[in-house]
Write a new protein. Structure first.
Length: 336
């Protein structure tokens, strides 16, 4: 099965070709236009997707060394995401599916992140066995998911306010770092003392997360100290970053540990943009090694939004006979 995947949920236009789950190409056009605004501007994102989508899809087909006529099905991100951005990918996919007379498969973007672990270099690539727990941490979501099969996932817990990525980005912003701030915090944290500052940790029932209190406590620390020393941020940025990252990781690991203990599942995967974080990757690997749990840490290129994960998720849905109608609208929030 040759699947063309199309991703346009936020600010990356991406197209990929997979043969079954083996990667043949994965092209991503990131949108630099948002940097000046310190966050994604939805209208600019949709316009950039419209400019990018044809060349990105053509390039993915070219790099895979196939012809358009070789495509067996088209998988596209139906949501969640920015409505305008989703419309571009959805409409394009429908048009191409009609023209090529191939089935369409709608993919939940979050399922795509989880199934990024099934993108294979070749037949020998090792993939998670079922069931496994996935810590999905991105700019918009923080979830612990029990994955029973590629198409059967249960959300055990999720953020009730900010996501982990938002905590990184918002705290980075008040430190004067560029957007998105997560990678900058990661870099600074490598030279800082993670125990120097104490920020509040949430006490939320069950497996849910909350990061908005941490953000407030970070802000108060900055405010109180800047009154005494106007250069406080500049002089302490590595320790601030390291302490912030340490608190986020501690919070993530607490609930993951709880879920591991409750389910007895011995395979853990992480995914989403924040799973690129060096501290998160090391903490999960260390946690799993000490408990004889198999850890799946994704390649950094598959942590952020990409169409390869959408193509793979589409492949599994297609195998289940789960295709979608040409009239299916995108959805901004609701999960399919
Ligand atoms: O999954 P993703 O690409 O996008 C969506 O949420 O749609 O995740 C983006 C998030 C941003 O918050 C970004 O700051 C964060 O992933 N991120 C990181 C790192 N790389 C990306 N956060 C911490 N450390 C990193 N190295």
């Amino acid at each position: 099965m040759i699947i063309l995947g199309i991703e346009s949920s936020c600010d990356d236009t991406s197209a990929a070709i997979v043969k079954d789950c083996i990667l043949m190409s994965n092209v991503i056009a990131s949108q630099k236009v948002h940097e000046a605004y310190g966050g994604v501007v939805p209208e600019l994102a949709s316009r950039a997707h419209q400019q990018n989508i044809v060349p990105v899809v053509s390039e993915a087909i070219r790099q895979a060394g196939i012809e358009k006529g070789d495509i067996d099905a088209i998988a596209f991100t139906r949501g969640p995401g920015l409505p305008g951005s989703l419309h571009v990918g959805t409409s394009f996919s429908k048009g191409l599916a009609l023209a090529l007379n191939v089935p369409l498969v709608d993919v939940n973007h979050l399922h795509g992140h989880v199934l990024a672990h099934f993108i294979k270099d070749d037949e020998n690539t090792v993939v998670p066995s079922f069931p496994f727990l996935c810590l999905l941490i991105s700019g918009g979501n923080s979830q612990i998911i029990k994955v029973q099969s590629p198409t059967d996932m249960e959300i055990m817990g999720q953020t009730i306010d900010d996501a982990a990525g938002e905590a990184f980005d918002k705290c980075a912003k008040v430190m004067g770092l560029p957007y998105p701030g997560g990678p900058y915090i990661d870099e600074l944290a490598q030279h800082g003392d993670p125990k120097r500052f104490k920020f509040s940790k949430p006490h939320i029932e069950g497996y849910n997360y909350s990061f908005s209190g941490l953000k407030t406590s970070f802000l108060y620390t900055l405010r109180d100290n800047i009154k005494l020393n106007p250069n406080f941020i500049e002089e302490n940025k590595a320790d601030l970053a390291a302490s912030l990252q340490h608190t986020i990781i501690d919070t993530l690991m607490d609930k993951l540990d709880k879920a591991v203990k409750a389910t007895g599942i011995k395979t853990v995967a992480i995914s989403g943009g924040v799973s690129a974080n060096s501290g998160v990757r090391a903490a999960v690997q260390h946690y799993c090694d000490r408990r004889n749990i198999t850890a799946f840490i994704p390649k950094r290129s598959f942590t952020t939004d990409n169409a390869a994960m959408i193509a793979v998720a589409g492949y599994f849905k297609y195998l289940n006979g789960d295709t979608c109608d040409i009239t299916a609208p995108p959805f901004a929030r609701v999960v399919i």
